[in-house]
Design a protein around this ligand. Structure first.
Ligand SMILES: [Zn+2]
Length: 187
């Protein structure tokens, strides 16, 4: 069976047997925090367990690299929604070691796109339109620097008040050890 149908098949039983009752939590986060972390599969549970967090505790945003790539992109917007509409008081940006996005170089990804049928012409049209796809598809050299940059982008955002602490962390996906990069209470 194809993956999606397999999931939907499972879902029927999930609802019928009322398994969902095990997972119902409050809409507002118990701990008033929003966490931005990477979409790395190794962190799906690890990011929560390593910090003693449970479902319902916090708002959680995941993207490739836990990067805040644009001050008016959807990640910042989600942070602002969490703060102004969902009762969040603190922001945590948590990158991780051995990040696949961090290691990303534009060339191999563009080559992969081309091998699947994306035309050079399309890439050039985007470049001419001022979209810097090469830079957009580039990871980072240092996860600590990337996290610090993300913290600064959020902290200095004109639509976020200065009383919201913005912290920066880096997690090791192999053992769950979390290092403090930016202490938002002090900075
Ligand atoms: Zn990652």
């Amino acid at each position: 069976m194809e993956l999606l149908y397999e999931l939907l098949e499972y879902n029927k039983k999930f609802v019928e047997t009322k398994e969902y009752e095990n997972y119902i939590v409050e809409k507002s986060p118990k701990k008033k925090m929003v966490l931005v972390s990477c979409m790395d599969t190794r962190l799906t549970e690890m990011s929560f367990k390593s910090l003693g967090l449970k479902s319902g505790d916090i708002k959680h945003i995941q993207n490739a690299g836990a990067v805040i790539s644009h001050p008016y992109g959807s990640t910042i917007r989600s942070i602002l929604v969490a703060v102004y509409m969902l009762g969040v008081d603190e922001v945590v940006i948590m990158g991780h070691h051995d990040c696949g996005f961090g290691a990303l170089q534009p060339e191999p990804m563009l080559e992969e796109m081309k091998s699947r049928g994306i035309k050079d012409e399309t890439l050039n049209t985007l470049r001419h339109a001022g979209i810097d796809i090469d830079n957009w598809l580039k990871g980072f050299n240092s996860v600590e620097e990337s996290v610090t940059e993300g913290v600064n982008t959020v902290k200095t955002h004109p639509l976020l008040t200065k009383d919201v602490p913005v912290h920066g962390l880096v997690i090791n996906p192999d053992n769950g050890k979390v290092d403090l990069i930016v202490d938002g209470y002090k900075n």
